[in-house]
Design a protein around this ligand. Sequence first.
Ligand code: ADP
Length: 264
Amino acid sequence: MIVFMENLEKLKAAVRGKKIILFGPPGCGKGNRSRDLRALGLVHVASGIALRAKVRNDPDSELSKKAFEFMKRGDLVPDEIVVNIVMEHLNREECQKNGFVLDGFPRTKAQAEVLFSQVDIDLVLHLDVPRKFLAYGVVEGHRRACVDCATGYSDFDTPEVEGVCDKCGGSLVRRADDNTETIENRLKLYDEQTKSFLQDFEAKGIVEVLPITVSDDEEIDDTYLKKLKGEVYWGQTDKGGKARMLNFEGMRKRLYKLLAEKFT
Ligand code: ADP
């Protein structure tokens, strides 16, 4: 099923008020999928963006200094700091009214417990992206994001003009913590502290998997595949084989199809 423009309005109405968690390791595309969900009217609440904003806007506070110490190493910021910042966002009227997409939270079991004790989550979208591609995409693929609207780019999804966001004209920057050491640490923490409680969500029957790879027998238009220097990109899967990867448009199409099947 293809989501045409007229169906988009239906989809927006169907997802209005929904509370969705994006679940997946660093560099799996949570930022870009959040943008797709924001385009449907959901409010984007990203713990990483909220923390960086706190540190930037209030650099001298003890809380900011403490948070920054953890962030620059790629370590998890203590639960009590993150939980307060995120829950304060979620309790705002715009989130209650329009629904939200939660990006980067919860990352520990304690965070998940606070969240689930206070909010009824409708859907956890598990962004299932091969490990090899995660580290490669962030570091070698030169991940960068718009300072204004947070749209993400890389060597696979390049902007039309280097350094300038296609969507809003904002400047593109690389994050200071996008280097080989911190990405390895962030992936390790994901394995040790975050991935383990996905099964608690699965037990509630609210998880849907959104894979980035395309199976060998799936016929797909080239325009929906990732390209590197004009060639379709074959990423290494976790099982050791190779698979074609969806690009930004392809993932959006797959996401909207999943939401339409689930909520309409
Ligand atoms: P990424 O998904 O690429 O790691 P984020 O922007 O989500 O990027 O997070 C950046 C940093 O902010 C993390 O490395 C961590 O230090 C901190 N952070 C973000 N969300 C959380 C969270 N839920 N719990 C603890 N620390 C967090």
